[in-house]
Design a protein around this ligand. Structure first.
Ligand SMILES: C[S@@+](CC[C@H](N)C(=O)[O-])C[C@H]1O[C@@H](n2cnc3c(N)ncnc32)[C@H](O)[C@@H]1O
Length: 253
């Protein structure tokens, strides 16, 4: 079983209770700027938290979402989570291979904390570019080169301290009884991921490299800012094809 198979048993339980992760879901959903009638691809959807957030944030709009992940465990969890949500299709697919979707078939692609683990991020971004419609956008979260867990935990505790005493007590009770063993497993897996990143098996890219790759793939209107307690880059970029009007802008916020 790959680390993702093991991760699938613990990831959701651990992350859904982490305040910076909840904030990340909000940030991804806002950056997507979903409009009525759009078709969205969640590449490396994991247990479906991004899909759920995007659909709930856009109630009243008719949108359809396709989630792909190569871990059957993750897709199984995403299926359970999204069972009652309208127009969600989930499928097992390896992002290291060509996507099975036709050219120009999505209005948005979201890829949260996945790109770093893929064999060739540039090739995968080219695939995202291919399946996006002209003018459509990709939204990516990817760890910064020195990303780690410490700042995430600090930010989580800062948010906890701001909650009312009742919420804080209730939350601590649940965490201490249920989540400490789960978080220990997740921390161990994160250590494996961080070691792979240090050994350059995984791509924790700096801002310049991310921007260069996106430009080489021909994305335009690239904006890169910090998210996830400053441990990740939040990237938004658009597909512009020759003949289209559009600025060639790279903005660093
Ligand atoms: C850290 S999780 C992120 C999950 C989700 N995007 C989120 O933000 O909650 C990374 C996900 O990428 C998936 N993944 C890793 N390599 C993949 C590949 N080659 N093809 C498809 N999915 C992959 C894993 O199975 C896992 O679900």
């Amino acid at each position: 079983m790959s680390i993702w198979g093991i991760y699938s048993c613990f990831y959701d339980l651990s992350l859904r209770n982490l305040f910076p992760y909840r904030q990340l879901l909000d940030d991804l959903s806002s950056a997507l700027e979903v409009k009525d009638g759009e078709r969205i691809l969640d590449a490396g959807c994991g247990p479906g938290a991004v899909i759920e957030r995007v659909i709930k944030e856009n109630r009243g709009k008719t949108i359809s979402v396709v989630g792909v992940d190569f871990s059957r465990g993750m897709i199984g969890r995403a299926r359970k989570r999204c069972m009652k949500l309208p127009d969600v299709r989930l499928q097992v697919a390896d992002l290291n291979r060509k996507l099975e979707f036709p050219d120009n078939s999505f209005d948005k692609v979201v890829c949260s904390n996945v790109l770093y683990a893929l064999e060739n991020p540039e090739k995968v971004l080219s695939e995202f570019y291919r399946v996006l419609k002209p003018g459509a956008a990709v939204v990516i979260a990817n760890p910064k080169p020195n990303a780690g867990e410490r700042e995430l935990v600090r930010e989580h505790l800062r948010t906890l301290r701001r909650l009312s005493p009742f919420h804080r007590r209730a939350y601590h009770m649940i965490v201490s009884i249920l989540l400490i063993p789960v978080n220990l497993v997740v921390t161990t897996i994160n250590k494996i991921i961080l070691t792979r990143a240090r050994n350059r098996e995984y791509y924790f890219l700096d801002k310049g490299s991310l921007s260069r790759i996106l430009q080489e793939v021909r994305f335009r209107n690239i904006s890169i800012s910090s998210c996830y307690a400053d441990q990740c880059w939040l990237v938004r970029a658009e597909k512009w094809e020759s003949g289209q009007d559009g600025e060639d802008r790279v903005s660093d916020s």
